[in-house]
Design a protein around this ligand. Structure first.
Ligand SMILES: NC(=O)c1ccc[n+]([C@@H]2O[C@H](COP(=O)([O-])OP(=O)(O)OC[C@H]3O[C@@H](n4cnc5c(N)ncnc54)[C@H](O)[C@@H]3O)[C@@H](O)[C@H]2O)c1
Length: 282
C-alpha cells in the first residue's frame, strides 16, 4: 500500500546487507512511499553483501561508512547534504554485531575487548550518528531518527549474550539524546523493538530457530516479520507521528506483554510426554 507518506523526504538507511536485512525492507518501502535515499554500510559489508542491487532498485546512491568511525560518519553526512542538496528528514540505524555471539563465547566468559566492541558497534554507533547529525545540524525540524532494538533490553533471553546489554544501552541513548534533540531542534528519536527475524545477524544467535518458534507461539498476533518492521519505521519517519519521541515501540505481536500462552503450553506438554521423568518434578 503506498500513500506517498514520505513524499519529498530524504533519508539515510544504515545496515542493508542483503534482501533478508530489515533495513532492506525499510529502504524498499521508504522508496515506494516517495522518499529519496542514501544507503550505507560498513566497507566490508559493501563487498560481501548486495547493497548495489538495492541502490539500483530504489534509485539511491551508496556511500560506505564504518559506524564506529567519526571520520566516516562526518563524510557520510556531508555526502548526504550534498546529494540531497539540503538537510535530511530521517535516519535508520539498523546495525548490530557481537564478537561474542559470532564466536560462540558465553556471556560469563567474555573479554572486555569483545564486550566493548559489541557496545561500540551495536549501541555507541547510535550516539555517534546522533552526535554527528546534531553537530552538523544536518536534520530538518521534525525529522525522525529510528534504531532497531530487541526485548532482550528488558528481559534475559538465553543465548542473546552481551547484545542484551547493548540493546539496553541503545534504548537509553534514544531517550537521552531524544530529550536534547527534541527540545533544541524538534527532532524525534525512537527505537523499534522487533520480533526475532530470520536475517544474517539474527541467525548468529545460538538456538535462534527455537527462539523464533517460542516467540511466535507466545505472541497473540504471531511474530512480526521484516516487512511489518518496515511499516512501523515508515510511520515513524512520516508526519503522522510528529509527537512520538524517546519511545521504544514493541513491534512483536504482543510477545513483550505475555507470560504464558495456550500454544506454548501445548508445545511444552508434548516435551513432558517425550521426557516422562521430568513430569514427576511438576
Ligand atoms: N534479526 C532479528 O532477530 C532482530 C530482532 C530485533 C532487532 N534486530 C536488530 O535489527 C538490526 C538489523 O539487523 P538484521 O537482523 O537486519 O541483520 P543484518 O545482518 O542484515 O544487519 C546488521 C547490519 O549491521 C551492519 N554493521 C555491522 N557492523 C557495522 C559497522 N561497524 N558499521 C556499519 N554497519 C555495520 C552489517 O553490515 C549489517 O548490514 C540490528 O540492530 C539487530 O540487532 C534484529
Amino acid at each position: 500500500m503506498t500513500n506517498n507518506l514520505l513524499e519529498g523526504k530524504k533519508g539515510i538507511i544504515f545496515g542493508a546487507l542483503n534482501d533478508k536485512s530489515i533495513a532492506w525492507h525499510v529502504a524498499e518501502k521508504a522508496h515506494a512511499q516517495g522518499a529519496r535515499l542514501l544507503l550505507t554500510n560498513a566497507p566490508v559489508a559493501m563487498r560481501m553483501g548486495t547493497i548495489n542491487e538495492l541502490a539500483e532498485k530504489t534509485g539511491s546512491e551508496v556511500f560506505s561508512a564504518d559506524a564506529t568511525s567519526m571520520k566516516d560518519l562526518e563524510g557520510l553526512f556531508n555526502k548526504a547534504l550534498s546529494v540531497f542538496d539540503g538537510k535530511i528528514d530521517f535516519v535508520l540505524h539498523s546495525i548490530g554485531m557481537s564478537p561474542n555471539v559470532r564466536k560462540g563465547i558465553p556471556y560469563a566468559e567474555t573479554s572486555y575487548e569483545n564486550m566493548l566492541k559489541t557496545f561500540d558497534i551495536s549501541a555507541l554507533s547510535f550516539h555517534r550518528i546522533l552526535q554527528t547529525a546534531y553537530r552538523m545540524d544536518a536534520i530538518n525540524e521534525w525529522g525522525s531518527i529510528v534504531a532497531l532494538s530487541y526485548v532482550a533490553a528488558q528481559r534475559t533471553l538465553a543465548g542473546y549474550n552481551d547484545m542484551g546489554d547493548a540493546k539496553a544501552l541503545l534504548e537509553s541513548i534514544a531517550r537521552s539524546f531524544g530529550y536534547i534533540y527534541g527540545k533544541e531542534k524538534h527532532v524525534r528519536v525512537n527505537t523499534v523493538s522487533q520480533s526475532p527475524t530470520l536475517t544474517t545477524a539474527g541467525s548468529g544467535i545460538s538456538g535462534f530457530d527455537a527462539l523464533v518458534d517460542f516467540s511466535d507461539r507466545m505472541s497473540p498476533l504471531g511474530n512480526a516479520d521484516a516487512s511489518d518492521c518496515a511499516d512501523v519505521c515508515i510511520t515513524l519517519f512520516s508526519d503522522l507521528t510528529r509527537k512520538i519521541t524517546m519511545q521504544n515501540i514493541f513491534n512483536d505481536g504482543g510477545f513483550s506483554s505475555m507470560g504464558m500462552s495456550q500454544r506454548a503450553i501445548e508445545q511444552y506438554r508434548k516435551s513432558f510426554e517425550e521426557c516422562p521423568d521430568r513430569q514427576k518434578d511438576v
